[in-house]
Design a protein around this ligand. Structure first.
Ligand SMILES: [Cu+2]
Length: 314
């Protein structure tokens, strides 16, 4: 009788174990499906990563942290962080949330990424902070792979690939392989930065006192407005007369522009600058109400829009 009972016990234990494993497996199935990318998508991420290392790393950094100060050992890169989570950028400060689960966010991110990568950002040339346009240099598939990588890739993977592929740490690897001796080790110290760094800018100091308004008064402008990050104007109503000037200031962070379609006004406010641009209302502008807004994708929709009232000249 012992043998039969033992067998029964073994079968029971086996069944319970199997049931447990199955339950856990089924319970976790939705997660697994979410985080699993198709083979096609994995390939897109690999290709996007290689393109990133070749074209973007020099300004946006090996881990996509760019010039973000937080959590970044290397904040001298020119470009902003594309790895928003890694850089600790609060969600409410993101103009577009690059790695979101939400369909609306994803659509905005996809449009913005395509727009920015294809057109670049004609930023302030004096600061040498120009994001080049890649719309002609890269083909449609390459652009799609890059955007897909930024939206769905893993920045740790990018970083590891970058370490493998760039010469920056090849010297380190050789030096380590030679137990810390030989010419490679000297090279680590000497190696010049492989990327352009932000030049010191002294002249931003005076503009930095948050002063759209001040700047406007000093310069005799009839009105002033300042861009604010992520996407707002300091005022949503501006009243002027034909021939008046409006002092428009940059936010000091993101790029914006001041656009009034009917008057043909379209002035860039470069990233990283609080400089004030003087915009003159044409003498022959018809009195009435116009819309002023920022034409960077997503900004107008986020509320970066206001009313420009032109009163009759007295
Ligand atoms: Cu804007």
């Amino acid at each position: 009788m012992g043998a039969v009972q033992k067998l029964a016990t073994v079968v029971m234990v086996g069944l319970v174990a199997l049931a447990t494993v199955l339950t856990v497996y089924i319970a976790r199935e939705p997660d697994r499906r979410d985080s699993e990318l198709t083979e096609q998508e994995e390939i897109a991420i690999e290709r996007g990563t290689d393109l990133y290392i070749q074209y973007c790393l020099q300004c946006h950094g090996p881990a996509g942290l760019g010039n973000a100060e937080v959590a970044n050992e290397d904040p001298a890169r020119l470009g902003p962080a594309l790895n928003q989570d890694g850089a600790g950028i609060p969600v409410e400060n993101r103009l577009a949330n690059f790695q979101s689960d939400n369909a609306a966010d994803q659509e905005l991110a996809e449009n913005f990424l395509h727009y920015r990568i294809e057109n670049g950002a004609p930023s302030d040339p004096r600061l040498n902070q120009v994001m080049p346009a890649f719309g002609t240099e890269l083909n449609v598939e390459e652009l799609n792979d890059l955007v897909f990588m930024i939206m769905h890739g893993d920045w740790n993977y990018v970083y590891n690939q970058a370490v493998q592929q760039t010469g920056e740490t090849a010297a380190q690897a050789e030096c380590d392989a030679n137990e810390g001796e030989g010419e490679y080790c000297d090279h680590i110290e000497e190696a010049p930065p492989l990327y352009p760094t932000v030049p010191p800018d002294e002249e931003d100091e005076d503009a930095a006192d948050d002063g759209g308004e001040d700047a406007g008064e000093d310069s005799g402008a009839a009105a002033s407005v300042a861009a604010e990050d992520p996407a707002a104007w300091s005022t949503t109503e501006i009243t002027v007369k034909p021939g008046d000037t409006i002092a428009v200031s940059g936010s000091g962070g993101l790029e914006h522009d001041f656009t009034v379609d009917e008057l043909g006004i379209h002035e860039l406010l470069p990233a990283g600058s609080t400089d004030t641009i003087m915009i003159t209302i044409p003498e022959d502008a018809e009195p009435g109400e116009y819309e002023f807004y920022c034409s960077i994708p997503g900004h107008r929709e986020s509320g970066m829009v206001g009313t420009l009232i032109i009163e009759a000249a007295s």
